[in-house]
Design a protein around this ligand. Structure first.
Ligand code: C5J
Length: 223
């Protein structure tokens, strides 16, 4: 398949060698009343990408593509949360504290679940990641290698933190990465714009970007 509209130049992939990776579409970041909102963020920005992301996910499922979902999640005893991560800054709530949807960024808590609209289905990979990047301390690379995956198409939140970190990790491991422009968002719109620019600068130094409509066209046309 070929996404003609991708920047900085067309992106080619085979569906059997590609995975759609949705980063941290979890309730605490996206839903009103969650952790993200308690930090003073406008979560409506993030909610706005759900319809396009759902359409991309459904189209990807229809062609039988591999799907990977991640959650930023720590063990209940926080043994995988370095003090430097927990103690940074002066937030009202820290990782592991009781928040409006359960303990913040702790696996199994209500706020740590992927939002209903994008909930994983049987056969999809779900990765709990203690870091910002999806490859750190998760075994994701080995899972993808075992399936012959060479191309990763990314969506999720937030663009400049967990999405960009994961893309850079993937790029360094040899994957050809594309970021779906309208399936990713930041609480800071300028950071999203800057990240898209960074990814595709210098001949695609981190990878490609494209609107999800271009992916849908490629999938439906079987190009
Ligand atoms: C993610 C964060 N998922 N911003 N986390 O980007 O802390």
């Amino acid at each position: 398949m070929r996404i003609e509209e991708a920047a900085p130049f067309p992106y080619e992939f085979g569906i059997k060698n590609a995975a759609l990776v949705l980063i941290d579409m979890q309730r605490d970041f996206i839903e009103p009343g969650g952790f993200g909102e308690t930090l003073g963020n406008d979560v409506t920005l993030l909610e706005a990408i759900v319809p396009a992301t759902r359409a991309a996910l459904q189209a990807w499922r229809e062609v039988g593509g591999l799907v990977v979902h991640t959650r930023e999640a720590h063990k209940p005893d926080l043994s995988d949360c370095p003090p430097a991560k927990r103690n940074r800054g002066n937030p009202a709530l820290r990782i592991g504290d009781e928040g409006p949807m359960g303990r913040i960024l702790v696996a199994g808590e209500p706020g740590n679940q992927i939002i209903d609209a994008l909930a994983p289905i049987e056969g999809e990979i779900v990765i709990d990641k203690p870091g910002k990047g999806a490859f750190y301390a998760t075994g994701l690379h080995e899972l993808l290698q075992a399936r012959g995956i060479t191309h990763l198409l990314f969506g999720g939140v937030t663009t400049e933190v967990c999405v960009q970190t994961s893309m850079r990790e993937a790029n360094d491991r040899g994957y050809d990465c594309l970021l779906l422009e309208d399936c990713t968002e930041s609480y800071f719109p300028a950071f999203k714009i800057a990240t898209l620019d960074m990814v595709r600068a210098q001949g695609g130094i981190v990878g490609w970007t494209a609107p999800s409509t271009a992916l849908l066209a490629a999938l439906r046309g079987g190009q």
